[in-house]
Design a protein around this ligand. Structure first.
Ligand SMILES: *Cc1c(COP(=O)(O)O)cnc(C)c1O
Length: 379
């Protein structure tokens, strides 16, 4: 007998939000339009051409010529896991630079693939120096070193000068997390000698969550080709995915076709604006935000030369309930800002200006809200 549902559900109506937190950011209207197209078959010639376009666009925003560059089905964490699953063999030494929440996630994932995980740690809000990294490479002799470029939990942008050269000198592959930098913060993967990198669709690219751009160079491909045994994760296995995204077009899993429509449009919009113009826009709007907050007497958590344009951490003044303030902005004004994560929980707000949301009017809006609403939360 049919069980009656007993449920009465109204048609979906999503409240309007301005997402100025750590992600997702709002999607560009043209991306939303692309997403609402009818799907086509994932082996349709139209779609096959579109796949090649997405790959070319990703290579451009990453400034790489890596053949194996594609959007993984899944969010940024899926692409993160893909780098580890494909490149780590059991027992190998995997070194992670931990200076925030996402470094810890990398270490956790690598341990699940039986890596011998070593870590170097910095206080949340700081970055690694080349000397820190060299000392750790000498001490642990890792075969892979992973680092987060844009640490969304702290608002720090890791300077990348000389790190790739160092990894080559000590014969180690370099993984870079570019989840909160792709499209919005200068990135030069090939110049920086990064061997594997990943990102997401919902931060700097202004597309909804659902895809995790992934790339690996020839050095990493060689390691993958020479590995003993299968990649211990079927869904994220690049040797299989390569047969779909490469010239063979062998079915692996049904691609999330509409998400790929969306990311194509998102990437096209970046190219239309100009990659460097997008980087400059993010920088300019972030600087205006920092200045406006400081004029109000608020303090930023990260010193200026390490600040990330896409995400700013603002210290919560003494005596203010940071969570209640963020909730007030959301409920009363539909504006989302983030709270602190991990070690910074309760200490900072996180304000994101990513992709489509990095606009002068949004900077003004959030500054005006801090100006008018924060005094109401002072004891
Ligand atoms: C958001 C984020 C991730 C995880 O991406 P998801 O899309 O949430 O899975 C990984 N690394 C960094 C630095 C991030 O900001």
């Amino acid at each position: 007998m049919l069980k009656t549902s007993g449920i009465s559900v109204a048609p979906l109506s999503v409240p309007e939000r301005l997402l100025l937190g750590p992600g997702p950011s709002n999607s560009h209207p043209l991306v939303l339009e692309a997403l609402s197209s009818q799907p086509v078959g994932h082996l349709d010639p139209f779609y096959i051409d579109l796949m090649a376009e997405v790959q070319d666009l990703l290579r451009h925003v990453w400034q790489t010529s890596n053949r194996l560059t594609l959007p993984m089905s899944g969010t940024g964490s899926a692409a993160m896991e893909a780098t580890i699953a494909n490149i780590i063999q059991p027992g190998e030494t995997f070194l992670v630079g931990i200076k925030g929440y996402f470094g810890n996630r990398l270490a956790d994932m690598a341990s699940r693939y039986q890596a011998d995980v070593k870590t170097i740690v910095k206080p949340w809000g700081e970055a690694f120096s080349v000397d820190d990294i060299e000392a750790a490479l000498i001490k642990y002799k890792p075969s892979v070193f992973a680092l987060v470029h844009a640490e969304t939990s702290t608002g720090v942008c890791q300077p990348m000068k000389d790190i790739g050269d160092l990894c080559r000198r000590y014969d180690c592959l370099l993984i870079l997390d570019t989840v909160t930098s792709l499209g919005s913060v200068p990135l030069f993967l090939d110049e920086w000698k990064v061997d594997l990198a990943y990102s997401c669709s919902q931060k700097g690219l202004s597309c909804p969550p659902g895809l995790g751009p992934f790339t690996m160079n020839q050095r990493a491909e060689e390691k993958l080709n020479n590995r003993k045994g299968k990649v211990p994760n079927w869904y994220l296995d690049l040797s299989l995915l390569n047969q779909y995204w490469g010239s063979d077009r062998v079915y692996h899993h049904t691609a999330p076709v509409n998400m790929n429509f969306g990311i194509r449009e998102a990437l096209r919009l970046i190219v239309e604006e100009g990659l460097e113009n997008s980087w400059d826009r993010h920088r300019k709007n972030a600087e205006d935000l920092w200045q406006g907050l400081e004029v109000m007497g608020l303090e930023l958590h990260v010193k200026e030369e390490l600040r990330l344009p896409t995400l700013s951490t603002v210290k919560i003044p003494k005596g203010i309930d940071g969570k209640a303030f963020a909730l007030h902005l959301l409920n009363k004004f539909g504006v989302e800002i983030g709270g602190g994560l991990g070690e910074l929980a309760g200490q900072v707000w996180r304000i994101g200006l990513m992709g489509y949301n990095s606009q002068k009017k949004n900077v003004e809006k959030v500054l005006n809200l801090f100006d008018s609403e924060l005094p109401k939360f002072k004891e």
